[in-house]
Ligand binder design. Structure first.
Ligand SMILES: Cc1cc2nc3c(=O)[nH]c(=O)nc-3n(C[C@H](O)[C@H](O)[C@H](O)COP(=O)(O)OP(=O)(O)OC[C@H]3O[C@@H](n4cnc5c(N)ncnc54)[C@H](O)[C@@H]3O)c2cc1C
Length: 450
């Protein structure tokens, strides 16, 4: 049975109203005999005091940075970080982790001790609803009010584009052939699949733009091919790309495919997915059909579910949801709601020239700094000064010797108030870029956790 969207929203709205009513008396909905900290959505999670409160939803690259720097820049504000995962797992560097170049400990980090050190509250909870009218967030452990809200939910997989409302097909695809593009157990499942792979066809479907970290699927293909080569596994990697060519850093990746992995990687452009059968292991695309032994099936990306629940999603000219948060391009708050900021991958179009910022950890981290600064200025009663991010991504293409390529983006506002982008691709692979990549990761981890 499927539930249409209108009925779902009505039901969800009624749910929020009930929850909000339940919040009036702290812990009124606590069932007698239950330990206090088990919590429920109808409880008050944290009573609000006099200090301005900033609630940050999502403890990934953007949210963690915001929480830490807000405490430094606005010491009088109360900062609460809500995150559903118990541990931070970094997607950057994870392609190297898949092939055992780094340990799990390098890319996982603790939340609790870090939050205590930096003076913000970390609460591990699922954010269920955002009532922007009441300025209240409802979580699995209770509800809390905010003065400023920062949403940093990352992305969701749009399996509906492939399977409509058929949850069985979507669940089977995610369970058997995970994309591992959102931090959770999927990365471990993918690593296990690679390490158990005995040979045959390994297929990767690449989503249409805009997508999280566009060069990283090509890096992943190179790392998988390198792993096959190194371990004498008779495997072939087929990249089914929605795009008409490799980008960014196209010449650098194509050189790696041709010079390092001629017998291992086949690149297919314009491979728009028509249908996928995870049970029969079959894919039909505009560029041809394939059977596979294992696949990394990346459905199209959209802003994380929380951006939808908070009603932040923009509209197409036909009035349909466009999948991404509708923010003021310069100040990053929602159009029409200056108390709510959206940062990182969930952000929608910011410029007619290049449309979206690259959906990267580098940009999310920069957004965290920028929005912490904007809110601190507003808390102090001043007008925030415009700041723009930059972007830098390193992509490893060879394991022996270790070599990487890179791409950099810079931004400025032109005299019409439009953000302009400059892109610099470094296509020549080198060992120095690998060193810079690990230095970059170390500095960013230090910035969020140090
Ligand atoms: C394989 C791979 C390689 C990559 N390599 C690079 C790279 O080299 N360089 C680079 O700059 N970028 C890279 N990226 C991209 C990078 O990981 C993302 O752009 C970055 O994580 C975006 O940060 P974010 O804060 O927007 O989202 P995230 O980091 O995904 O954080 C979102 C957080 O919100 C939490 N959340 C969501 N909904 C809820 C809810 N309802 N309740 C509670 N918590 C919730 C999630 O659990 C998550 O922790 C790579 C990505 C992948 C997949």
């Amino acid at each position: 049975m499927t539930l249409d969207r209108r009925h779902f929203l009505t039901a969800a709205g009624a749910g929020v109203a009930t929850l909000a009513a339940g919040c009036a008396t702290p812990n009124a909905a606590n069932r007698p005999g239950l330990p206090f900290f088990i919590g429920s959505p109808a409880q008050t999670l944290l009573p609000k005091g006099k200090a301005p409160r900033v609630v940050v939803c999502g403890g990934g690259w953007g949210g963690l940075t915001t929480a830490k720097y807000l405490r430094q820049l606005a010491p009088g504000a109360e900062v609460v970080l809500l995150e559903r995962n118990p541990v931070f797992f970094s997607c950057p560097i994870s392609n190297k982790w898949l092939v055992d170049m780094v340990d799990t400990s390098f890319i996982t980090h603790d939340y609790l001790r870090v939050s205590e050190r930096h003076g913000y509250r970390f609460i591990q909870a699922e954010v269920l609803e955002v009532d922007r009218g009441a300025k209240r967030v409802v979580t699995s452990l209770g509800a809390l009010d905010y003065d400023y809200l920062v949403l940093a939910p990352g992305i969701r997989y749009n399996y509906e584009a492939w399977f409509g409302n058929d949850r069985r097909m979507a669940d089977a695809t995610r369970a058997r052939f995970p994309a591992a593009y959102v931090s959770n157990a999927e990365h471990f499942a993918l690593k296990q699949a690679l390490h158990n792979f005995k040979g045959g066809d390994w297929v990767m479907t690449l989503p249409p733009p805009p997508q999280r970290c566009p060069p990283s699927p090509y890096e992943r293909a190179c790392m998988v091919a390198w792993y096959f080569k190194k371990n004498n596994i008779k495997g072939k990697v087929t990249i089914l790309d929605h795009k008409d060519g490799v980008r960014p850093i196209g010449p650098g990746f194509r050189a790696a495919f041709n010079e390092l992995y001629k017998d291992y990687i086949t690149y297919v452009p314009n491979a728009h997915v028509q249908s996928i059968d995870p049970f029969k292991k079959e894919i039909k695309t505009d560029a041809g059909d394939m059977k596979f032994d294992h696949a990394v099936l990346m459905a199209p990306h959209q802003a994380g579910d929380l951006a939808w629940k908070a009603d932040t999603i923009g509209r197409t000219s036909e009035g349909k949801p466009n999948g991404w948060a509708d923010v003021d391009p310069l100040m990053l708050h929602l159009k029409g709601d200056p108390s709510v900021y959206v940062i990182g991958d969930a952000v929608g179009v910011v410029s007619p020239q290049f449309a979206f910022y690259p959906k990267s950890a580098h940009v999310a981290n920069k957004h965290g700094h920028i929005v912490a600064g904007y809110i601190a200025e507003r808390v102090a009663g001043r007008d925030p000064k415009l700041t723009l991010p930059d972007n830098l991504c390193y992509m490893m293409v060879n394991g022996e010797p270790r070599e990487a390529i890179s791409v950099q983006f810079d931004y400025k506002v032109n005299d019409k108030g439009v953000i302009e982008q400059t892109q610099i691709d470094v296509n020549q692979r080198s060992g120095d870029l690998v060193k810079e990549n690990f230095r970059w990761a170390g500095l960013k981890f230090e910035d969020m956790f140090g």
